[in-house]
Design a protein around this ligand. Structure first.
Ligand SMILES: [Zn+2]
Length: 421
């Protein structure tokens, strides 16, 4: 019984710390007087929690504002340099490791391009280990001040194994890769630094929901279009994972029975039509020249011939490429119509490096196609827009994994654990 009481007190304390930290993180700076109504806590509780968090070094003063006739009110905010985060994007064309402060300002980054289909797990793990050490050294940050490392990976992340996260990346040839234990074994991190692993599309989705085009939405889908195609589904503010966290594999929904071969082994998937890899393959089939450069350069070349920026220069348009771009927009729009019909989101956000490039040219065509293929009532109530965080948001999203843990615990585990007192 006493144990239960202890636990309840501890839970309450953690909940209060979490409420204050979260409010200040997303809406700060705020005064103590503003925090009470915003969190539903009494002014006494606010004073206690603020004193505790300040003693832990997590809050700092941010000037003051005058109040009507009374004393000026001190503003508080989360101390951005009180802890650090690392986000890792194991992407389709490169691996990137970025170090952030608590406000997610980038302090250092390391990046390595991957050769085509170069998903050699050992090389990737080795690069992450070296890059983590490099960014910490470059920014002069001690590993102990890391809240954690978040890693976005291509594939389905299974957390049911006792050894930690295992990745099933069918399209990149990762068959049950025990990424978490591999990173631990490679001593990529000090053992006490927590590691968080999730699908890249989901980490990007979380970043857009917190800081980008998804802010304020309760029901949204973030579509990630790069070499492949994925999605992050948010229903009533919560990420929808399904029974084994594989939900959102939108790229492998069938657009055409007996259609083009997909990287997953099936036929006619959306990814086989609307991903950058598919568009470039199809462009080459109609005589386009993707060249030897990386996919981003090649996709830019395709867009330049399909839809030259200079409207006066219509003579430069390659009609076949223009027709392919139009068809790609129609496939994307039809895929988005499926999302609208299935999930009834209020907002759909097109993101990922290829999604942003295609969207800049074809957003009106994608919206038209979505309107034509979806049911009228839901699609008229859905907005379709581009992501706001740019193509590099997977690392930011990966860094939100340890950040979310920090905010929900109301601090680092160490400070908020009663045993430490
Ligand atoms: Zn597929």
């Amino acid at each position: 019984m006493r144990d239960r009481e202890k636990r309840t007190v501890r839970d309450l304390r953690r909940t209060n710390r979490s409420a204050v930290l979260r409010k200040l993180y997303f809406d700060g700076p705020l005064s103590r007087q503003e925090l009470a109504p915003a969190t539903g806590l009494s002014s006494g509780s606010i004073s206690n929690v603020v004193a505790e968090l300040t003693a832990d070094g997590l809050l700092e003063e941010a000037g003051s504002v005058g109040s009507d006739g009374g004393r000026p009110r001190t503003l508080l905010r989360v101390a951005r340099r009180s802890a650090y985060l690392i986000g890792v994007d194991v992407g389709e064309t490169r691996v990137r490791v970025e170090l952030f402060d608590l406000a997610l300002t980038e302090l250092a980054r390391a990046e390595r391009p991957l050769a085509a289909r170069g998903y050699d797990v050992d090389r990737i793990v080795g690069f992450i280990r070296d890059a983590v050490a490099d960014v910490l050294r470059e920014a002069d940050v001690a590993p102990e001040s890391l809240l954690g490392v978040g890693v976005g990976v291509p594939g389905i992340v299974d957390r049911s194994s006792p050894g930690g996260a295992v990745v099933h990346g069918q399209t990149v040839g990762w068959d049950a890769v025990p990424i978490e234990s591999l990173l631990r074994d490679a001593a990529a991190l000090p053992p006490e630094v927590p590691l968080f692993i999730d699908n890249g599309a989901k980490t990007l989705g979380q970043a857009e929901m917190w800081f980008g085009a998804g802010r304020g939405a309760r029901h949204a889908v973030i579509a990630l279009i790069g070499s492949g195609v994925g999605a992050c589904i948010i229903t009533d503010g919560v990420l929808y994972g399904g029974a084994h966290s594989s939900a959102g594999e939108w790229g492998h929904t069938t657009m055409q029975v007996r259609g083009r071969a997909c990287r997953c082994g099936a036929r006619g998937c959306l990814e086989a039509y609307a991903s950058a890899e598919a568009v470039l393959e199809r462009w080459a089939e109609i005589g386009g020249d993707p060249g030897d450069a990386d996919e981003e350069t090649a996709l830019a070349a395709f867009l330049a011939s399909a839809a030259p920026d200079d409207e006066g220069d219509r003579g430069a348009v390659d009609e076949k490429a223009a027709a392919l771009l139009e068809e790609t927009a129609e496939y994307l729009g039809a895929g988005i119509a499926d999302l609208v019909n299935l999930f009834n989101p209020e907002r759909i956000i097109i993101s990922g490096w290829a999604g942003l490039m295609l969207g800049r040219h074809s957003l009106p065509a994608v919206r038209r196609a979505a309107g034509a293929y979806a049911l009228r009532h839901p699609v008229e109530r859905t907005t379709i827009e581009l992501g706001r965080l740019g193509p590099d948001a997977v690392t930011v999203g990966a860094a939100t994994l340890p950040l979310a843990d920090f905010l929900s615990r109301g601090g680092r585990g160490r400070e908020s654990a009663p045993a430490a007192r």
